[in-house]
Design a protein around this ligand. Structure first.
Ligand code: ACM
Length: 476
């Protein structure tokens, strides 16, 4: 590696002298990071949209040279369970850039909604992008209110270009072959014959899968082509997680294709299906990304990036042969509660605290050096089953995202009190930016669950959840 920070992707040098400012960086990402540093040298009010005060700001003379510890510093936003409009995504891009993140992974398709236009297959967005009702709350009662939305391909192109100008690549995800109820509602012939098809109105998992056969691969290639034309994305996420394969072996069309390949187990077909799509992407110069189930079934090519969500052991196993982005449920699923306080809002469980995130080590010292070297970085996830509004997104993301940003840039947080002292100053910048973060001592009254539908449920304890995901991490 070069000795010079400005020769490393994302790295930079800022030199401030009397009446002069020099920025040295190898690309847009480094320039954005340099300008973020410059802004950090100014008072918190410099993060407002208003003009500078009369006489301008002044900064001390000096040189700052810095580089990231990890190349992949990401955030995943699930826009499928609840849709977030383009303006929210654009604002989110600004907030990520302000924390030197460089990837925004958009989970664009799931059982509860398909969120991108397809001109080739327009039922995807016409039928798949909305549901007539949502079952929220402890009793799963349908709220009777339609929910929906999608990005046009032009929206997607705009978001990708906007992100790129801020040093961020959008990583679009079309989650297949599981989590596909919305896709099947639009094109039932791609799934299990005779099974009901509807965009799911439940917020919990349990959706359907599509067939892993050649015509379905061809259909998805056409969809991916459209997404790639719009985004020019260098990475595409194909999902691969939590797929119900129970009906595959008894489906004659799938069975015939399995026989042709000499497969005896449906898991081989899961792997084959994802490798076929990955090969198509590779032909376009695009790298495939998958969740760790795809690693387990062999749904990976040599250069596939594995996002290991189910725990730490599967991440280490994957890192023996593949590049890995660390996305473990604990502590990177920010849709879990931030504390054990009873006033936290209803969520999937928890807690995953700021301290838990600060203690995260993407490439743990106890791993062999060759495996540590395969860790590209990490990413936080916000699954939005219980997150219908942008204000709640802010609450869940911040300040935990600040801790992960620090881990991914610096490698680790060794001195938590020192980080917390700096964070206190940083929260003033978030105030100036209008971010509705969770105060360190607990939610504001209007951020709490109260006694209504958002009352904190008797959710699973995080230790049990952690044990459970580790225990299933050998399964597809
Ligand atoms: C996942 O949480 N199913 C990736």
């Amino acid at each position: 590696m070069s000795d010079r920070d400005d020769h490393v992707p994302g790295g930079y040098e800022v030199e401030i002298s009397e009446g002069r400012l020099d920025v040295r960086a190898g690309g847009v990402e480094g320039v954005v990071n340099a300008l973020t540093t410059l802004r950090q040298l100014l008072p918190a009010n410099a993060w407002r949209r208003g003009a500078a005060p009369e006489g301008g700001w002044s900064v001390p003379c000096g040189i700052v040279a810095d580089r990231p510890a990890y190349a992949w510093r990401g955030a995943m936003l699930d826009v499928a369970r609840h849709f977030f409009p383009k303006r929210t995504v654009l604002r989110y891009i600004d907030l990520l850039a302000a924390h030197r993140f460089n990837r925004l992974h958009l989970h664009l398709a799931d059982d509860q909604g398909w969120r991108v236009e397809s001109r080739r297959h327009p039922r995807l967005h016409r039928v798949g992008s909305w549901r007539p009702s949502t079952r929220l709350g402890p009793d799963g009662v349908a709220d009777g209110t339609p929910h929906g939305g999608h990005y046009t391909l032009d929206d997607l192109a705009e978001m990708a270009a906007y992100a790129r100008s801020r040093g961020i690549e959008i990583v679009p995800e079309i989650d297949v072959p599981g989590h596909t109820s919305a896709l099947r509602a639009a094109y039932p012939e791609l799934g299990e014959p005779g099974r009901d098809q509807a965009v799911l109105d439940t917020v919990w998992a349990g959706g359907s899968s599509i067939s892993p056969t050649r015509p379905v691969v061809a259909f998805l290639q056409e969809v991916l082509e459209e997404i790639l034309d719009a985004t020019r994305a260098p990475y595409v996420h194909l999902g691969g997680d939590e797929c119900d394969m129970s009906w595959w072996a008894s489906d004659p069309v799938i069975a015939a294709e399995m026989a042709e390949h000499g497969y005896t187990d449906v898991k081989q077909m899961h792997g084959h299906f994802l490798r076929s799509l990955g090969g198509f992407l590779a032909g376009l110069g695009v790298r495939m990304v998958v969740w760790d189930e795809a690693f387990v079934t062999g749904g990976v090519l040599d250069d596939t990036i594995v996002m290991a969500w189910r725990g730490h052991r599967v991440a280490e196993r994957a890192a023996a042969s593949h590049d890995v982005v660390r996305t473990p449920l604990f502590p990177t699923y920010f849709n879990f509660d931030q504390s054990g306080l009873p006033q936290e809002r209803r969520s999937e469980g928890g807690p995953i605290t700021l301290g838990d995130v600060a203690a995260f080590s993407p490439a743990p010292g106890e791993w062999p050096a060759e495996r540590r070297a395969r860790v590209l970085g990490g990413q936080f996830q916000i699954w939005t089953e219980w997150v219908p509004a942008e204000r709640h997104l802010d609450y869940l993301a911040f300040p935990r995202a600040c801790a992960l940003a620090e881990v991914l840039w610096s490698g680790e947080i060794l001195d938590l009190p020192e980080f917390e002292a700096r964070l206190a100053g940083h929260l003033e910048r978030l105030d100036a930016l209008g971010v509705e973060y969770r105060p360190l001592d607990g939610p504001h009254p209007w951020q709490a669950g109260g006694t209504g539908v958002w009352r904190r449920a008797q959710s699973g304890r995080i230790e049990e959840t952690r044990k459970w995901v580790e225990s299933i991490s050998h399964e597809p």
